[in-house]
Design a protein around this ligand. Sequence first.
Ligand SMILES: *[C@@H]1O[C@H](CO)[C@@H](O)[C@H](O)[C@H]1NC(C)=O
Ligand SMILES: *[C@@H]1O[C@H](CO)[C@@H](O)[C@H](O)[C@H]1NC(C)=O
Ligand SMILES: *[C@@H]1O[C@H](CO)[C@@H](O)[C@H](O)[C@H]1NC(C)=O
Length: 424
Amino acid sequence: MKNRLIVALLLLWLCTGAHCAPPGSDTFNLDGVDFYQLFNDPEGHLKLNPRLKTDDRIRAHGYPAELHHVPTEDGYIIGLFRIPYSHKLQNQQTNRPIVLMQHGISGSSDNWISMGPDNALAFQLVDAGYDVWIGNARGNTYSRNHTWLSTQHPYFWRFSWHEIGYFDIAAMIDYALKANGQGQEAIHYVGHSQGTTVFLALMSTRPEYNAKIKTSQLLAPVAYMNNMGSLLAKATGPYLGHRTVYALMLESQEFLPYNDFLLAFLYNTCGPDSRFLNYCKQLHNISNKGRANSTATAINAVTTPAGVSTNQFLHYLQEQQSGHFRLYDFGAKKNLIAYNAEVPPDYPTNLINCETHLWYADNDEMAAVEDVRRLAEALPNKVMHHMEDPLWNHGDFATNWEVRKYINDPIIQIMNEFEDALQN
Ligand SMILES: *[C@@H]1O[C@H](CO)[C@@H](O)[C@H](O)[C@H]1NC(C)=O
Ligand SMILES: *[C@@H]1O[C@H](CO)[C@@H](O)[C@H](O)[C@H]1NC(C)=O
Ligand SMILES: *[C@@H]1O[C@H](CO)[C@@H](O)[C@H](O)[C@H]1NC(C)=O
């Protein structure tokens, strides 16, 4: 049973990435890949290229890049990337408003730059004059670091997305404000999927952080989940969304342990100069029905198993089962100690009074329209952006080839208008 649940979680993870949707009945065209010949070719395997990191990928496009190690109050050390200015504008001396971008579950900072300088929001923002910071959640490839715990230690993995919001995002905001050095008191925030959940958790439990937000752009916001369309979540929720023996077995572990060999293997089979690249691209193109930029999905696929605690999934499945947006359920006894109540408290979303833009779509299998509207009802200062493309799904917010037109340009316009109003 445990193995079956692990497989189910694995599928759930696959379906939360940009490479969702099961492949259709189309047959793969394997032209140009002769597996038998490859098998006999010693050069064909084990010629592993070193993996590129986010800052390498940014520099490869000509932009300056920095990596900062940001400590959190509870001892984790976050890898925070920065594109401080645009080499095209040479604007290092002028005022550059801060933007912080946060990825979805099992993703990383690489997801925000995979579309390249013409289409990725991170590069577009830098070229519009912003100081861009790209975050990483604790436990992922770039945030496997702690002041006193090793990642091998079981306690390292005792966190869900609550802690990512409460500690990591708070630390990143404060760090960026200080390091920018231009006396700014607030930032713009952009999150996708789990990157929205962690924002809502932080802003409702530490409401003083609302004053540090100019605008927040929540893409495919996930808080309430009981109308979610994902069949897999519906199938596993009854087992894993409660304090069952199955949930207890899976709790507080690293999900899909980070493995250098696995990542190097993926990178070398689907990475930019691999002989399998066309095959990988075709596979992705079929699985997303031709709607996504295949270069971007290939980069996301090779960087995506980025390190997650099982509790992040369990916490989501608890929400899907309970219909609440509330703190992690440790079971009645531990809840009494943690929350002074047998049932975890709801997040007080009415306290999120910063300017919040909700970007949502009809065909989103994770953030259902009813659930987004329910979240919006409680938010005092929101703006709704309903996607006009009826086929737009959860992953499209990250990799659809029209993301510039539908998402990036409008977001930059909103931020620019906010900044213009500050000047006057
Ligand atoms: C961990 O954090 C320390 C302290 O900031 C830093 O010096 C070190 O390079 C980090 N290690 C990794 C693997 O990121
Ligand atoms: C897809 O992304 C790559 C960069 O990763 C870019 O060069 C290319 O123009 C994009 N294609 C489309 C159709 O947007
Ligand atoms: C991707 O899929 C679409 C529709 O399924 C097809 O029209 C297009 O030619 C495919 N592109 C590639 C590069 O295979």
